[in-house]
Design a protein around this ligand. Structure first.
Ligand code: RYJ
Ligand code: ZN
Length: 261
């Protein structure tokens, strides 16, 4: 398959050529319009059991920077909300812009944020492997958290301080003992809707849980994201990793539900 990216030739508008599902009926991200979200009192709160969470490594795959977790048991799971069972944390990663306040994937009444954090979980109760879950209609649950430009976020320092180790595409480094609980905002009030991976292969396998309350990140911290490269160490070009976000996709009749607490 042709390599995909976020440039003019290989960007989101071209993905449908290799991944026709890009024009499917439950694609992500979307623009969330709070007034049109259905308030669903039956939506229970989201429970994150992240206490025994342990990260393994941090790596640069040329599209984003990813922190991976040990998902060999149910030590780090989310449950409740729109989910029928526990989903295991596999990895988290970010999407971000260049300078300014664009860079998020989901938008709220057209408002964009500087970045968006995705905590990716998979339905290990129903699927044997992450790869299988990623292709199943109820295989993944991703918690999206907006990063708004403002004061620095003390919990992000450990991550941005590790970026020098994974500057180049394909680089990986040990990154143990990081618990993403510290990246959560105060409130777990959320919107939820059925969607897809926001990067190829764009599988329509994601139950999205988008938290309403953003966390803040400083311009200095965002600058650290933009020192990451999409180029490999052996390549001549040094292309910065930035604007690695897909724009909002058509809702196609889907309902966005809002939690009450
Ligand atoms: N940006 S996102 O929607 O959270 C997102 C989350 C996970 C993946 C992913 O694991 N792709 C590899 C796979 F599963 F084999 F397809 C891609 C995108
Ligand atoms: Zn993502």
């Amino acid at each position: 398959r042709d390599p995909w990216g976020y440039g003019n030739e290989d960007g989101p508008d071209a993905w449908h050529k290799d991944y026709p599902i890009a024009q499917g009926n439950r694609q992500s991200p979307i623009d969330i319009i709070p007034e049109e979200a259905v308030h669903d009192a039956s939506l229970s709160p989201i429970f994150l059991s992240y206490d025994y969470c342990n990260s393994i490594n941090i790596y640069n795959n040329g599209h984003s920077v990813i922190v991976e977790f040990d998902d060999t048991d149910d030590r780090t799971v989310i449950r409740g909300g729109p989910l029928d069972n526990a989903y295991r944390l596999k990895q988290f990663h970010f999407h971000w812009g260049g300078k300014g306040n664009h860079g998020s994937e989901h938008t709220v009444r057209g408002k964009t944020y500087a970045s968006e954090l995705h905590l990716v979980h998979w339905n290990a109760a129903k699927y044997k492997t992450f790869g299988e879950a990623a292709a199943g209609p109820d295989g993944l649950a991703v918690i999206a958290i907006f990063l708004e430009k403002g004061d620095e976020h003390r919990g992000l320092h450990k991550i941005t301080d590790a970026f020098y180790m994974v500057k180049f595409k394909g680089s990986v480094a040990d990154f143990k003992g990081f618990n993403p609980k510290i990246l959560l905002p105060n409130s777990l009030v959320y919107w939820t809707y059925p969607g897809s991976l926001t990067t190829p292969p764009l599988h329509e396998s994601v139950t999205w849980i988008v938290l309403k309350e953003p966390i803040t990140v400083s311009e200095k911290q965002m600058g650290r994201f933009r020192m990451l490269l999409i180029s490999g160490e052996e390549e001549d070009d040094r292309t910065r990793m930035e604007n690695n976000f897909r724009p909002p996709q058509p809702l196609k009749g889907r309902k966005v539900r809002a939690s009450s607490n």
